[in-house]
Design a protein around this ligand. Sequence first.
Ligand SMILES: C[S@@+](CC[C@H](N)C(=O)[O-])C[C@H]1O[C@@H](n2cnc3c(N)ncnc32)[C@H](O)[C@@H]1O
Length: 480
Amino acid sequence: MPGHTDLLSQIASYCRRHDMAESTFGRLAVNDGKLVSRLRDGKSVTLNTLDRLQAFMTDGAPGRAAPTPVNAGGSGAPVPATSARRPAPEPAPRPNNGSNNEQNNAGGEKNFRFFDNRQKYLMFVNTCSEKWVVANRVAMELAHIHPTPPAVRVFDAGLGDGTVLTRLMRAMHARFPTMPHYISGKEISLEDIRLALEKMPDRFNEHPATVLVLTNMYYSEAPWLRVRSPAAAASLVWHEVALEGTSSFSFEEQITELQPFLAEHWQAKASEKTGNPIYERPVVLVVYRRDHRFLLDSVIPKPGSTHADFDLVIASQPYRLRVPAAFKAEKVVAPLARALAPGGRLVGIHSHGNDPGLEIVRDVWPNEQPYVTNRHDILRAVKDALGSAHRELKFNAYSDARSIFRYDMHTLPNELAGAIGTSTLFAAWNAAIYVAQIEDERLSDVVKDGRYIDATAGVLRKHGGLWFNDETYVISRKQG
Ligand SMILES: C[S@@+](CC[C@H](N)C(=O)[O-])C[C@H]1O[C@@H](n2cnc3c(N)ncnc32)[C@H](O)[C@@H]1O
């Protein structure tokens, strides 16, 4: 199945050639006038729909039973010459959400949250080295940024459990020990905010000149801390915490005391449009050490006078694998690229495949193709999304050798020598389906008949372990 980008451009050129509105195309091809706009929003199509679209564009072409163009005169109503083929509406395709954020989600069933499965995420981050390796990769960029006073500015476009960011903060301290650090991150999930905050007391201890800013805003808002909808802006909660004392212990106490505030305000609801979690109200939490307030005065953001201008943006696994490149670009990467300061660098990282993890998945679902867009597709789509503004940026896809990196599932020595323990098998299966983003609803059958155990054990034995590949790219803003 081609990526949506290809499909959408095929449809667009078909419509141009036939002077046909996209809604008409959808209606004629599959009896669904909203199909094209939903595709553009990242929604998936079934293989059956795809076949019908392709058949319509091929068989329905002029000279071969072409549909009448909309502006061909007569009643103006398009009459498909292939109307005998006009199919009945089919059930709505499975939703294909962009991430756990409203903005990169397409429509679909309500309250569909497989992507956010806590159990799977937590098991994955604790059994595989990905977040460590990602942090090391991002930290390499510190050698190439050119911070200007008053602070080194970093934005994490999805904190997750905070492992990547806190590891990066350690590397930042090592490289820029005496500069103020402005560390900002977005995260919709209250559970992840808790996990990320829990890792911060030691950071404030080692690097006192730190301003930490957490928000639940969307990609197009969070870097600027600016809410677009006036109604939502009116409900903005802006909370500043000046940490007292000088020890990790006292910082931890005060950060733990934030729990009731977080529980009250960091709430998500299901979007009426897409069913995906979105903020109830936008929240900004600003944390710094009171004993450094004077020094940090110009770094601490104030409501109404905020800016983005980041030296480094982390975009680690920020979108769903199966959404089209255009969607990933427009909703996630392009806004982040706009948030770069001159000389600033955005590091994008996503799963690549071609690894034993995918072998497990293919053993169970032989035709599975989770990796529909690669870094080249995404960079091309980001250029398109940015229009002429892309000329201020550099797009670095790198060679495969430089871009693709491996991370492993942790195993104990000898763990795979004899009979493989249940917990190892389960961790490996969990990682394989998590990384390939297999929806829960597809799991019950294969889990019932035990196929997955054989598949997982077979791959673990064959390779003597389990590993995965990620790929990375960098978008940098030219220096002023
Ligand atoms: C939790 S965040 C990513 C947060 C943070 N940037 C990180 O890297 O942990 C966005 C989504 O990415 C998905 N995700 C995280 N790591 C992944 C991986 N290695 N492969 C595929 N998807 C992943 C999760 O399902 C999650 O909902």
